[in-house]
Design a protein around this ligand. Structure first.
Ligand code: SF4
Length: 328
């Protein structure tokens, strides 16, 4: 990350509200889970303009459900007009014909739609509030318009047996890529870990099965398998942090979704200042000490969705309050 004067990627959670309440949601999102002080339209558009000023090339929207935010389209337009590539992670239920057309006209780089089963009943059991048919139709609509659509499937005990069926479905719908990876032990997934999580052996078998299926079918679409679980990811990132910032719904900036540290506040600071703070934070003893403890104390990850101000290099930044701490 030290090689760049601005992040290559801004991961931006516009809201924590979501029509779904997925059993494995790492953000604890849901219909009533909007944060009390999410960025307003004006504040969010200021951040989008700042992205253009810093020439951040790639902005990824997650949530909550980003398409449920009324001003999301204004943000996409601002970014798109200024040449940033935009990716959207969504449950797909709001991508009707009109939305698919708008995404096409904005030349959105990629839309990832979460589909957690080959069957409607499995998907909707894992994703209460979700709608299998709408998610599938969204992928089809996007593909028909040439918008790169990705089918995201997170295997757990309730759906791992459907991984090959899900791959086949993704290919049939015209998705560009079937994306999968280990479920993250964060948020609701962490609280229901024993019931939902696959063992290492079960995960390895699921990967083997889908790789075989892709091979057998001659790779009709790309297969993308994320290599690390969240504990491994924290260790890798400590030694080689990504050139990215993660903005949470109230504008505070975090290092990684698994870590509770908020190193800057986009309500008060520019992205350039946040970038400096982020680089300093990754080098701080407070962050590295916490990250090194995670493999032995994975329960630390229960703090992932909190926002702690750092005591060290960024303590004097304005408007950063501790909303939790290990000692609290
Ligand atoms: S759709 Fe995504 S953000 Fe919403 S509850 Fe499910 S996993 Fe969480």
């Amino acid at each position: 990350m030290g090689d760049y004067r601005a992040p290559l990627l801004l991961a931006w959670q516009l809201t924590n509200r979501c029509p779904c309440r997925c059993l494995h949601c790492c953000e604890d999102s849901g219909p009533r889970e909007a944060w009390s002080a999410e960025l307003s339209k004006d504040e969010a558009l200021r951040v989008a303009a700042d992205c253009a000023r810093c020439a951040i090339p790639y902005v990824v929207f997650g949530g909550g459900e980003p398409l449920g935010v009324a001003h999301a389209w204004d943000i996409f337009e601002t970014l798109s007009k200024n040449g940033a590539a935009v990716k959207i992670e969504t449950d797909g239920t709001m991508i009707d014909e009109e939305a698919a057309g708008r995404l096409r006209s904005l030349s959105v780089d990629c839309v990832q739609v979460s589909v957690d089963g080959a069957e409607a009943s499995t998907h909707e059991r894992i994703r209460p509030g979700g709608d299998f048919r709408k998610a599938a139709a969204a992928i089809e609509r996007l593909a028909a318009r040439g918008v790169p659509a990705e089918f995201v499937f997170v295997p757990c005990r309730l759906n791992a047996s459907e991984i090959c069926g899900a791959y086949d479905l993704a290919a049939k719908l015209g998705a560009r890529t079937f994306v999968t990876g280990p479920m993250m032990r964060l948020g609701r997934a962490a609280r229901d870990w024993e019931r939902l999580s696959l063992s290492r052996g079960e995960w390895a078998r699921a990967v083997e099965e889908v790789e075989e299926r892709a091979l057998l079918r001659g790779h009709p679409i790309r297969l993308s398998i994320y290599p690390w679980d969240i504990v491994e990811e924290t260790q890798v990132r400590l030694h080689s942090p990504q050139a990215m910032l993660l903005a949470v719904p109230d504008g505070r900036v975090k290092l990684l979704n698994a870590l509770p540290f908020a190193c800057a506040d986009l309500r008060k600071q520019s992205l350039a200042e946040a970038w400096d703070a982020c680089q300093a934070a990754w080098k701080s003893g407070e962050v590295s000490g916490f990250v090194r403890r995670i493999p032995l104390e994975p329960e630390l990850l229960k703090h992932a969705n909190e926002t702690w101000a750092l005591k060290g290099p960024v303590l004097n930044r304005p408007n950063l309050r501790r909303s939790g701490s290990l000692d609290a």
